[in-house]
Write a protein that binds this ligand. Structure first.
Ligand code: SF4
Length: 596
């Protein structure tokens, strides 16, 4: 019978045919000569380029950015901040970036491309842009798409025709070590402390604006005064004279410092530290800022729901299209916004570093199973972990101390950092603290923390479209809401489109929060036994109560600013009344006594 089968006797012929078939299939599957990704070797940003290369950066609020730019400039760099990313930037990011990225990637990557295109329109050639600009950003190893940012920047820049544009990284995992291999950008002591001040000032001022503006008596005054204040602080950061022991030391010690490098460097580090944190110039700048800010007149009897903002790092910070201008919208709708400081994120990183070190120590310790008599090994195991924990713990304490110190010098009314241990503990039943990525357990932890301590009327989580960690948090938030029945929690997915829809959802939740705030206020007013007019009349007679930095002690269980305020004013009225009664009684008793 005739068949199509071919009998091949020869082994080498079989091998040849197999190879040919394999090659054909690999070609169809696109597996031929796979091109593996290698991080491109980038042209270094060298020290002698500093005077002609401009460092670009962005992604924070305008307050942080102005202050950070001032520090860069004060350290001798040319520096410019990128504009706030808008929808056009988002579309540019989509056009030149990969598919399937999260929303902040498109906004930030597109924003950089857009800025470079703007420079080109201004008359710079592409080569000039490549030679005279670099971009400075944070990077990470992930596990979310944050780890892809660097590659995304390069990919989009290449697609947009800016191949070879330099992207400098400050990795969050290296953040504690603060080291960079780029000699053009050196992390000196002045730079480090300057940045520390800039970040803390930015956070505190940002918080203050959102606390004061909803209550300002003269519309627009807060923005104007804060712009002037930030400009003044920038002046100080930019023009601060660097501490050099050889200039400050008495003449007879100068030769010693000149010849001994270790001695000189040690004194310089401590001197610079002192100058940046306790120096007269810095404290003077803070106090004049405080005086300026205290000049804004406020009326804190306005009843407003307090909305705590949580969510993904970038979406909860940006003040533009990236979160549908949510803060402006909330204020227009009559709410007070409680923003999240970047300092919480840094505190979270340090707290997590400690927790990870502890959890991994059984694997990482130098000796696995030392015998009971091997005391040296046991001690090495013990001290190895302690050294790590003490190091990070010291960093944590310093971070918190300097943050709260900035609060104290700028009026003392800014919110303190939420305790990380408590956030982790509150979140843990719902979200494992070791599930990394994005804000990790913070979204859940903050939601519970602000609700159980009655620190706000509503929690609004801003989470970008396509954000993996925020989607995880959202998944468990339904269990959280089930447990805490009086919680008003609204997650909003931010994107380049859908602003009207998002605003209308917020409006609905805000309606409930307004009722909550009003009920709380009415109960507090009733408890004082006074009318609102009486309280207002007292405020008119005591103008210090219209100052934003007038200290109103916090009362546990009351969230609203107006409710807290009237309780305090009522107490003052009662005290004054008791005092005048005493004076009157004392006054009438004197003639009676003397007449005896
Ligand atoms: S946290 Fe979410 S939005 Fe932010 S980088 Fe990661 S995946 Fe993207």
């Amino acid at each position: 019978m005739a068949t199509n089968f071919v009998q091949i006797e020869n082994d080498s012929e079989i091998k040849r045919r197999l190879e040919a078939e394999r090659a054909r299939l690999r070609k169809i599957a696109g597996l031929d000569q796979p091109q593996h990704f290698h991080r491109p070797v980038e042209r270094a940003f060298t020290a002698d380029e500093r005077s002609r290369v401009t460092i670009l950066f962005g992604g924070f609020t305008w307050k942080h950015e102005d202050l950070i730019r001032a520090v860069f400039q004060g350290c001798g760099y040319r520096c410019e901040k990128l504009p706030v990313p808008n929808v056009a930037a988002f579309q540019t990011g989509k056009e030149f970036g990969n598919n399937g990225q999260c929303n902040p990637t498109y906004f930030t990557v597109g924003n950089l491309v857009q800025y470079l295109q703007f420079l080109e329109k201004e008359g710079l050639s592409r080569q000039q842009i490549l030679d005279h600009y670099v971009f400075f950003t944070a990077g990470s190893c992930g596990p979310c798409r944050f780890g892809m940012y660097e590659a995304e920047y390069r990919f989009a820049l290449k697609n947009a025709g800016f191949d070879g544009f330099r992207v400098l990284l400050f990795k969050d995992s290296d953040g504690i070590k603060a080291a960079s291999g780029e000699p053009g950008l050196k992390f000196t002591v002045d730079f480090g402390f300057g940045m520390l001040n800039a970040m803390h000032l930015g956070d505190v001022i940002n918080d203050l604006i959102y606390q004061i503006r909803p209550y300002e008596l003269n519309s627009g005054e807060t923005d104007r005064v804060f712009r002037e204040t930030v400009a003044g602080l920038c002046e100080d950061l930019r023009n601060r004279r660097s501490f050099e022991i050889e200039q400050r030391a008495p003449d007879w010690t100068k030769p010693k410092f000149k010849s001994n490098k270790i001695l000189r460097n040690t004194f310089n580090v401590f001197g610079k530290w002192h100058e940046h944190m306790w120096g007269k110039d810095y404290l003077h700048a803070l106090h004049s800022a405080r005086e300026k800010l205290d000049s804004v007149e406020v009326d804190r009897t306005r009843v407003k729901p307090l909305v705590k903002i949580t969510g993904e790092f970038w979406a909860q910070i940006t003040e533009g299209d990236g979160n549908f201008h949510m803060f402006d919208f909330l204020e227009r709708e009559g709410a007070q916004v409680l923003v999240e400081p970047i300092a919480t994120w840094v505190a979270y990183l340090m707290y997590q570093a400690k927790a990870h070190a502890k959890a991994k120590w059984p694997v990482n310790r130098p000796y696995r199973n030392p015998e009971w008599y091997e005391l040296k090994k046991q001690f090495a195991n013990y001290i190895g972990l302690r050294k790590k924990l003490w190091g990070i713990g010291a960093g944590e304490r310093m971070w918190n101390y300097f943050y709260h110190r900035t609060i104290k010098h700028l009026g003392g009314i800014t919110h303190q950092l939420a305790p990380q241990a408590e956030l982790a503990e509150l979140a843990h039943p719902f979200y494992n603290q070791f599930a990394r990525g994005g804000e990790g357990h913070l979204e859940v932890g903050k939601n519970v923390y602000y609700t159980v301590h009655k620190l706000c009327h509503m929690v609004l989580a801003l989470k970008p479209f396509g954000c993996m960690p925020s989607s995880q948090s959202d998944g468990v938030q339904s269990a959280v809401i089930n447990k805490f029945k009086d919680m008003i929690f609204l997650p909003i997915e931010t994107s380049g489109e859908g602003e009207v829809n998002a605003h209308s959802r917020v409006q609905m939740a805000l309606g409930e929060a307004k009722v909550k705030a009003k009920t709380e206020f009415e109960q507090c007013l009733k408890s004082t036994g006074k009318s609102l007019n009486e309280i207002r009349a007292y405020i008119e007679e005591h103008p210090e109560l219209k100052r934003p930095f007038y200290h109103v002690p916090h009362r546990a269980g009351v969230a609203g600013t107006a409710a807290q305020f009237i309780l305090h004013v009522s107490e003052r009225i009662d005290k004054d009344t008791r005092f005048w009664k005493r004076v009157r009684v004392g006054g009438s008793a004197i003639p009676a006594t003397s007449g005896d």
